[in-house]
Design a protein around this ligand. Structure first.
Ligand SMILES: [Zn+2]
Length: 61
């Protein structure tokens, strides 16, 4: 889990807490949470499992 600045696109994974302003460009309120590639992969995998599950339930009839 990390953060990035929507103003300058600076990415960092420093603290668990979201900083009030960007450490790079000092803009306030531009910090957004960013998912790592692994987080993204995990959520995609979860979705696929749900799809797979519903497909199985349908074909069981
Ligand atoms: Zn910034």
């Amino acid at each position: 889990m990390g953060y990035y600045c929507t103003n300058c696109n600076y990415k960092y994974t420093k603290d668990n807490k979201m900083p009030a302003k960007c450490p790079y460009c000092s803009s306030a309120g531009t910090i957004k949470k960013s998912q790592t590639a692994q987080d993204l992969l995990n959520s995609i995998t979860d979705e696929m499992e749900v799809v797979e599950q519903s497909r199985k339930e349908r074909s069981a009839r």
